[in-house]
Design a binder for this molecule. Sequence first.
Ligand SMILES: [Zn+2]
Length: 344
Amino acid sequence: MKEQLQELENEALQKVEEASSLKDLQNVRVAYLGKKGPITEVLRGMGKLSKEERPVIGELANKVRGNIAEAIDNKKANIEAAELEKQLAEETIDVTLPGRPVPTGGPHLLTSIVEEIEDLFIGMGFEVREGPEVETDYYNFEALNLPKGHPARDMQDSFYITEEILLRTHTSPAQARTMNAIEDKRPVKMISPGKVYRRDTDDATHSHQFTQIEGLYVDKNVRMSDLKGVLDRFAKQMFGEDREIRLRPSFFPFTEPSVEMDISCKVCHGEGCSVCKKTGWIEILGAGMVHPRVLEMAGYDPKVYSGFAFGMGPERIAMLKFGVDDIRHFYTNDIRFLKQYHQA
Ligand SMILES: [Zn+2]
C-alpha cells in the first residue's frame, strides 16, 4: 500500500508539472484528490489493515494528499502570473500614437450674433432686459397701441393659448413691461433679445419661431437724430465702417413716425446688383419714435418724455453678414453648417 501511494504521488506530481492551463490543473485536482479519486480509494481499503499499520498508512496518505495539493496551488499561481504577464503584454498602450480627437462645442451662430449685438448696445449705455415668451394679449398688443380688432394685428398672427394668452409675436412687450415696472418713471435705455413666434409657413426666409432684439430709449428730448446716430453706429460696427444707412418712412402702430432702415450694399456699394435686388440698399430693421399712446399707457407723460424704439432679427443680420441663404439652417442643427461659424 505504501508503494501504491508513492506511485500515485509521483504520477500526480508529474501531471501537475505537465499542466499548462488552469483547466488542466482542475482536472488533475479532481482526478487525484476528488471523492472518487485513487487516494480516497486507498483509504477506504484501510479497514483490512492491522492496527499497527493503520496510522502509518493514514499519515502517509495525508502527506501525499498535502503534497499534491501544494504542488497544484504552486502551479496555479505560476499559470496565473504567466497569463497576467501575457495579457499585459498584449494590452500595452502605445503612448506615441495620436489620440482620438474629442469634439468641442461652441456657441451657436445665432447666440454669437445676439451676444455681439448685446455688447455693441451695452457699449452705448443700453441695459439688457428679457421678457416672457408666453405673453398676455395686453402686453403683446394692447400696451403697444394695438387694441383688439386693430387691422395691424393681422401682420403678426400668433399661436394663442387662450383668448388672452399667446406666444409673443415680438420682443416689444419687454418695452412695455420694463416701462411699467419703473415706479419713478426715470429714463429707460434697454435692449431685449429673445425668441418670438408667428403663425408662418416655414421657408427659406420665414420661420414660425425666430429671434428678435428690441431696443428702447426714453428720456427727455430724445429726437429722431438720436435714433439715426445709434442705428448708424450699429450698422457700421456690425457690417463695416464703409456702410451707409438710410431711413424710409414706414408704419408700425407703436411708433410715430415709423421708419425702415436700409444699409448700403456691400457688394456693389450702391450701384445695384443681385444681392440688393438692383436697389443698392438692403433692408435691416424697423424703428421709429415711440408713439405717445405707448408712453402714456406705460405711465410716462408724452409731453415730458419722448423716445425711440427699434427691432431687428438676428437671423437676418447673420444671413447678411455671413451669406447664409436659408433661415432653416439656424434651427436644423446640422453640425456641418454650425461648425463653420465656431470661430465667428
Ligand atoms: Zn448690391
